[in-house]
Design a protein around this ligand. Structure first.
Ligand SMILES: [Mg+2]
Length: 261
């Protein structure tokens, strides 16, 4: 397989499963980086900060610095800067609140520990995974939307997988609750399969789409998010997909990226 100037890796199912690194993944990514390719990581997770993922990836032996990590939290923060949004109402985890605040976005309904409460209002409502979700928080978000606020979602994944096949409700289930009472769908979803964050990654890295290989375990999200931009893609069979769709380039595990020819 040819070497690409930039590799964009999905995390769960591609580099690790929960807290277990996937065999051969770390040494493959280290080798690509050592041979001069740029590496970026992209997750739909909005609940943690860049620093959290950096520590996790480093502890598993992957090369990582905070700027290499892109999540739907960092994507949302970048979008706020691009669109001049400086205050939001947030349905989300402390990691999302913190990421927004660190990029200069005021969160109308969060306390000093970055926890969200059903208080305050803003012209933009952002919705992501939120383990403290409540009827009161839903009501407060609805009131903002009824006054005409924008509605931005981190991602619409119905569930997300943990170790041993356990599924937990994903951000999409909370986005659906907000959408149902507001009677409207999000104006914008930043996570995969939207191409928005891959576009941000390419611009920041200064790499054209054809020189960036997207690598992931879900064709319909990890790979779709770059296809419309013209990025080549590679499916790995270490996660949720065991049969590649017809015509989809794939490898059994990440070592396939180093294969000659
Ligand atoms: Mg995955």
């Amino acid at each position: 397989m040819r070497r690409y100037p930039l590799y964009v890796f999905d995390l769960d199912g591609t580099l690790y499963r929960g807290d277990e690194p996937i065999p051969h993944a770390a040494e493959t990514v280290r080798r690509l980086a050592a041979e001069g390719s740029a590496v970026r990581y992209f997750t739909n997770n909005s609940g943690q900060t860049r620093e959290f993922f950096t520590r996790k990836l480093l502890s598993m032996g992957f090369p990582c610095e905070p700027h290499m990590v892109h999540s739907t939290a960092t994507g949302l923060a970048a979008l706020c800067r691009e669109r001049g949004v400086d205050r939001v109402f947030c349905v989300g985890e402390p990691g999302l609140v913190r990421t927004l605040r660190e990029s200069g976005v005021e969160v109308a309904n969060a306390d000093r520990r970055h926890r969200v409460w059903p208080l305050g209002e803003a012209d933009t409502v952002v919705v992501g995974i939120c383990r403290t979700f409540s009827y009161a928080l839903l009501d407060a978000a609805l009131q903002c939307l009824l006054r005409g606020a924008r509605f931005w979602a981190t991602n619409t994944d119905a569930t997300y997988p943990l170790e041993e096949g356990r599924l937990e409700p994903g951000a999409g289930s909370l986005v659906a609750a907000v959408a149902t009472c507001a009677g409207r769908q999000p104006d914008l979803v930043v996570g995969k399969p939207s191409p928005l964050i891959v576009g941000q990654i390419l611009r920041e890295a200064g790499v054209p789409p054809e020189d960036a290989l997207l690598v992931g375990d879900r064709p319909e999200t990890d790979l779709e998010c770059g296809r419309t931009l013209g990025c080549p893609t590679c499916l790995v069979l270490t996660g949720v997909t065991s049969h590649p769709p017809e015509g989809q380039p794939f490898c059994e595990d990440l070592r396939g990226l180093l294969a000659k020819g």
